[in-house]
Design a protein around this ligand. Structure first.
Ligand code: UGA
Length: 434
């Protein structure tokens, strides 16, 4: 059986490499010839721990190759995973034009039975449209099936999430599609949940929106902690011991970012509203998340009063650790806010600086990119932490204090035990803790 994975973004690359690792013959395909050229030479376009090695190992074993001739790849494949982007449109809904384009290409090249698997995060009912599109445009009377197999990998741990999944959702409408897809994931037989396609599509949006809701909830509780003597980490620990709640995704901070939660929660709101369902619960969770930046800027102002011409070291730009991804990262709005107040910024991130330069190019004495956290701290009136990279919790705070003009830390991710920086003479502010 030959598998084609169309789209070489996060999900596509990890899916292609992961399925090859399971022993299948996989072609990763993308219409972007340059990108395919680079990947074929071993230059993986994203930073994701373990991905380079997984790709290189499977290319060497000849389980995996990359091509840009989409029509030919589709023609050769028995199973086609659709992993193209579904970016957000201005009204919050997902732009499905790339999915439509691939569906038409599949229709053009449908010369024998194929299983088309949607893996991109898509609104419920997308499979209906893929099926209709292939049905409308196919040139022969060939049979095909559609399936939904949403992906739950997290950036930063994508490879292990794919290779050791909690669950595999198989949304199908025929036994043939079920057997094919379950066969691909045969080694995880006891973790497969078979549903109809609408259900599988909804599981993905419902999961991401629930996790986003959980984060906004704990951030709201953190705001109460900020105004009382309560400690949000202990509140989260106490709540999380109840197995009905669980302790994960209860880390308070400056809010969720990334290419998934902000987009998916808005998409589910739009889906629900289009169906006449009151979606105010999720709208509020999204609004609370948006408001985290204002709350954090207020915190910085409480420490510095006037921000104009203050030197601020900003540690962490990626939306989470272990990635160079800055899509919807809280750092983007925060930097905009600080620049708006006239602050002078010194930025550092272990992986994401190149991506951030495309949004905020360096400007001498106003916005500088530094090659280490210590350089960023030089002469700073305050240091803010926006991403909990392990490198930051291991900082030599004595050295940081030496470098800074004023020893003030405003920690948006609760990286330190408050007693530690305070012992070294820092004024230390964090989220939901005294
Ligand atoms: C998320 C989901 O966790 C994956 O299961 C899903 O497959 C993926 O979206 C997707 O739809 O493709 P990801 O966006 O990579 O994965 O990152 P998360 O680890 O979920 O973190 C998202 C954001 O929430 C980050 O900004 C993180 O800092 C924030 N977060 C997370 C918190 O503020 N507190 C927490 O307790 C957890």
């Amino acid at each position: 059986m030959k598998i084609a994975v169309i789209g070489t973004g996060y999900v596509g690359l990890v899916t292609a490499a992961g399925l090859a690792e399971f022993g299948h013959r996989v072609i990763g395909a993308d219409k972007d010839e340059d990108k395919i050229g680079r990947i074929s030479k071993g230059v993986v376009p994203i930073y994701e721990p373990g991905l380079n090695e997984l790709i290189a190992g499977n290319v060497r074993k000849k389980n995996l190759s990359f091509r840009s001739d989409l029509s030919a790849v589709i023609g050769e494949a028995d199973v086609i995973f659709v992993c193209v982007g579904t970016p957000q449109r201005p009204d919050g809904s997902a732009d499905m034009s790339q999915v439509e384009e691939v569906s038409r290409l599949i229709a053009d090249n449908l010369d024998r039975y194929k299983l088309v698997v949607e893996k991109s995060t898509v609104p419920v009912k997308t499979s209906y449209w893929i099926k209709r599109t292939i049905g409308l445009y196919k040139k022969t009377d060939t049979d095909f099936d559609i399936a939904s197999n949403p992906e739950f990998l997290r950036e930063g741990s994508a490879v292990s999430d794919f290779l050791q999944p909690d669950r595999i959702i198989v949304g199908v409408e025929t036994a043939r599609a079920r057997d094919l897809l379950c066969g691909i994931y045969a080694k995880f037989r006891n973790r497969v949940v078979v549903t109809n396609i609408d259900t599988a599509e909804l599981i993905k949006h419902a999961s991401n929106s629930f996790l986003a809701l959980k984060i906004s909830y704990i951030n709201l509780i953190a705001s109460i902690c900020d105004k009382t003597e309560a400690n949000v980490e202990q509140v989260a620990e106490g709540m999380g011991l109840d197995p009905r709640i669980g302790n994960r995704f209860l880390k308070a901070g400056i809010g969720y970012g990334g290419s998934c939660f902000p987009k998916d929660i808005k998409a589910l709101v739009k889906i629900g509203e289009d169906l006449g369902v009151d979606m105010s619960l999720l709208k509020e969770a999204d609004r609370i998340n948006f408001d985290r930046i204002r709350v954090f800027v207020e915190k910085i102002k409480q420490a510095l009063w006037i921000l104009k011409d203050k030197r601020i070291a900003v540690l962490g730009l990626a939306f989470k650790p272990e990635t160079d991804d800055i899509r919807e990262a809280p750092s983007i709005s925060l930097i905009r806010g600080l620049i708006g107040e006239g602050a002078r910024l010194r930025l550092y991130d272990p992986q994401a600086m190149e991506n951030m330069k495309a949004i905020y190019p360096a400007e001498p004495d106003r916005l500088e990119y530094c090659d280490s956290p210590y350089r960023a701290a030089e002469g700073a009136n305050a240091l803010v932490i926006l991403t909990e990279w392990p490198e930051f919790s291991g900082l030599d705070l004595g050295r940081v204090r030496e470098a800074m003009a004023n020893p003030i830390i405003i920690d948006g991710r609760n990286v330190f035990d408050p007693a530690v920086p305070r012992r070294l003479g820092f004024e230390y502010y964090s989220i939901g803790r005294k």
